[in-house]
Design a protein around this ligand. Structure first.
Ligand SMILES: [Zn+2]
Length: 506
């Protein structure tokens, strides 16, 4: 509850820091110092104490997209590094005015630093060449943990909450095909949050531990699920229905049906979790109600549970008799079969006077070592340049967006103002088309977008974007920031041909 309260206060804090409404301007005027930063003495207010409480969670997680630099304090704000320069160095002792704004080191939308400022940047390891480009727009404070840069209570809560270890089987349980009640029961079982004998002994209850299912071993959740001969019979029976190779532990159980059709995978998901839950409930009936253990009754209960979840099993089948037999044996009706179809794809050269900039990003893991790849071709389909760049560890989306920016920056530096940008990432193209460029690229985009007289963004299939894909993969093996620029087509690169038909199967 405290964390939820705190995340809502973070939202209020964000509002006070950034909004132009009367209320936010009033709060800023009342609680900020004229030389930047917030007051550190007492002023009567019902909300300021709460804001101060969360300020240290909000400020370090925000940054700036530099525009004209008028709103950013050069030394007090963290605008190009994770923490402010003032926090890193005792700048006041070096006799520099703390009142400087970032605008003071910008001239005509370019960095114009004095020798003293440059030397401080150098001392702090900030490379002036990699600073975000200024523009004539207003500065914008952004929240680092959302691509749009806008604060949300959900992302704020995610920053401050306790992060427990992730379990590989979480997605397997919290899945749309699993009824929430079954998911909750399975979650508790797999966490061992149930009153098995070994847990009762641990909290000091003196009892003789015995498995109520097989009667041969002491009882623990690990034994019931993975070691008990009674459960073993159920596992063999359910594996036989699905005609699957026997899996021994939870990770095996999850993966044995990986190559099956979606409907069979969903049915397997339901059936295996139902088996575990029903066995546990049978154990409880034996212990508390004095019921007799019957494997046939248990099998009927498991099948009944699976049938009750039939409406949630909505995937497609492969066009195979085995899939139909499996669902029939479970008592679930047939599902539709997805037929693969082929789409013809063409690589189209750009119109006369335009450049076609094909972009792609690749990340080995998401996030993982990433690279950006770009090919730039003219209306004769000739390659003017190719770029591949190493981006360090980042997500696929970031790599896709940076690839587009790299291509556009090349066009600007080579004086091409009419461009057609294509990428196989729908979301990256959508971000540029709908003026929702993510904050990490917004500064670079603002600095170049005014240059283009004609610019079009299009999504294409990856089957006709393989040259950029290959360059992006090469880039992912380069160090962060290392760029390979090649004028003309590199020898090894296979290009898309303008008159050839490529096929996409889906
Ligand atoms: Zn047992």
């Amino acid at each position: 509850m405290e964390m939820i309260n705190k995340s809502f206060l973070m939202k209020l804090c964000w509002f006070i820091m950034n909004s132009n409404s009367h209320g936010a301007r009033f709060m800023r005027a009342k609680f900020s110092r004229s030389k930047g930063g917030w007051i550190n003495y007492y002023k009567k207010s019902s909300v300021w104490l709460g804001i101060k409480w969360v300020m240290n969670d909000v400020e370090p997680n925000s940054s700036w997209v530099v525009g004209n630099g008028n709103n950013i304090w050069l030394w007090r704000d963290a605008w190009c590094t994770d923490i402010s320069f003032a926090a890193m160095l005792n700048i006041e002792a070096s006799g520099i005015s703390m009142n400087a704004k970032v605008a003071d080191i910008i001239s005509n939308n370019k960095w114009a630093m004095t020798a003293t400022v440059s030397s401080i940047f150098e001392k702090l390891g900030v490379n002036i060449l990699y600073l975000p480009s200024p523009s004539n727009k207003n500065d914008e404070r952004i929240w680092k943990h959302s691509p749009s840069g806008v604060f949300s209570v959900a992302s704020g809560y995610d920053i401050i909450r306790d992060h427990r270890p992730k379990f590989c089987w979480a997605k397997w349980i919290w899945n749309k095909c699993i009824h929430p009640r079954l998911a909750a029961q399975s979650w508790k079982l797999l966490h061992g949050s149930v009153g098995t004998n070994d847990r009762l002994q641990k909290i000091g209850i003196c009892l003789a531990s015995k498995c109520y299912l097989c009667g041969r071993h002491s009882e623990s959740m690990t034994h019931i699920l993975w070691g008990c001969s009674f459960m073993e019979e159920i596992w063999i029976w359910i594996h036989n229905i699905f005609n699957l190779k026997r899996g021994n532990y939870i990770t095996d159980i999850m993966n044995v049906a990986r190559s099956q059709s979606e409907a069979v995978r969903q049915a397997w998901n339901v059936a295996s979790l139902s088996s575990m839950t029903e066995v546990w409930l049978s154990r409880n009936r034996v212990l508390f109600d004095g019921a007799t253990l019957s494997i046939n009754v248990l099998k009927i209960k498991i099948l009944h549970r699976v049938r009750c979840s039939a409406a949630r099993i909505n995937g497609n089948l492969f066009n195979m008799v085995q899939d139909l037999l499996t669902l029939n044996n479970l008592g679930i009706g047939a599902r539709s079969v997805k037929l693969r179809r082929s789409i013809e794809c063409l690589w189209v050269p750009p119109p006369l006077g335009y450049l076609k900039i094909s972009c792609d990003g690749a990340a080995r893991g998401d996030p993982g070592a990433a690279g950006a790849g770009v090919t730039i071709r003219n209306h004769y389909s000739e390659v003017l340049a190719t770029i591949s760049q190493g981006l360090g560890s980042c997500s696929n989306y970031i790599a896709e967006v940076v690839a587009i920016i790299l291509g556009l920056e090349w066009a600007v530096s080579n004086d091409h103002s009419k461009v057609w940008v294509v990428s196989d990432s729908k979301i990256a193209i959508y971000s540029f088309k709908c003026h929702m460029v993510p904050w990490f690229a917004r500064g670079r985009w603002n600095a170049i977008k005014g240059f283009f007289t004609e610019i079009t963004f299009s999504h294409i299939y990856r089957e006709v974007n393989f040259a950029a894909d290959s360059l992006a993969k090469q880039g992912s093996f380069l160090d962060q920031g290392v760029t390979t620029l090649s004028l003309g087509c590199p020898d090894q690169l296979v290009l898309e041909m303008p008159n050839k038909v490529y096929y996409r199967f889906c």
